[in-house]
Design a protein around this ligand. Sequence first.
Ligand code: IPD
Length: 283
Amino acid sequence: MADLWQNAMDHAVSAARHAGEVVREALRDDRKQTVMTKSSLVDLVTQTDQKVEKLIIQSVKEKFPTHCFIGEESVSAGEPLLLTDAPTWIIDPIDGTTNFVHTFPFIAVSIGFSVNKQVEFGVVYSCLEDKMYTARRGRGAFCNGAPLQVSDQEDINQSIIATEFGSNRDAETVDKIFISLRRVLSLPVHGIRGAGTAAINMCLVASGCVEAYYEIGIHVWDVAAGSLIVSEAGGVLLDTDGGPADLMSRRIVAANRRIIAERLVKEIEPFSPIRDDAAPANQ
Ligand code: IPD
């Protein structure tokens, strides 16, 4: 039992590396990507997202035929989004699809692996930087093999905070996002940043480059791998309501220290997107 999941993790690392090659190849290719939309006009998907997800799932199925999957593009094609106690691969084939479409240079392949609803390992491959972030529960977090450690800053006024605007543009949501942004900026913090990918933002927290990342509206595939990378680098995860982080709630605060996470929570205007585990409307 000792190292039950190491083979799976090794496989995740090589699948993410291969996926990254496919992404880089697609960017080198002159042909324009066909861009389709999903939940809103700015929630983008390309054939490369779909191809990469299929490649990863196919390769995992060959090696681990009993394992389950939650894949961003499979769910959007109608597969159920079900997190059970079974070994489950939680895959975002291209985290930062908007970046990919615009060649903005932060794109990640994110693979989390959960058992009993607990993430056992996380792999985030920042494929244009060629940075492979990995974490195994209880065994630390690494970037290209070097150990990661969150920042030791405890003063939010001396911090950089990462966040994103998500893909919901209804007026009420946009207003709430701006209320939070205004409050955080006015604390003041040193700066607000966003890489355009939740997974890379979380790896930046783990690396000590930014003190915290928060967002409402993310999905489980955006944060499953990154959440373990943050906690294994010594960081803290909360729900934006201040309670324990919940992978299915679509709300996350990932910070270097609890004091920073709790301070940030006070500034975040709450809203609650439909949970990832909410039953589909027709059931
Ligand atoms: C998106 C990115 C983005 C975040 C969105 C995510 P995708 O993931 O992580 O930074 O703001 O909430 O949906 O769609 O590029 O995989």
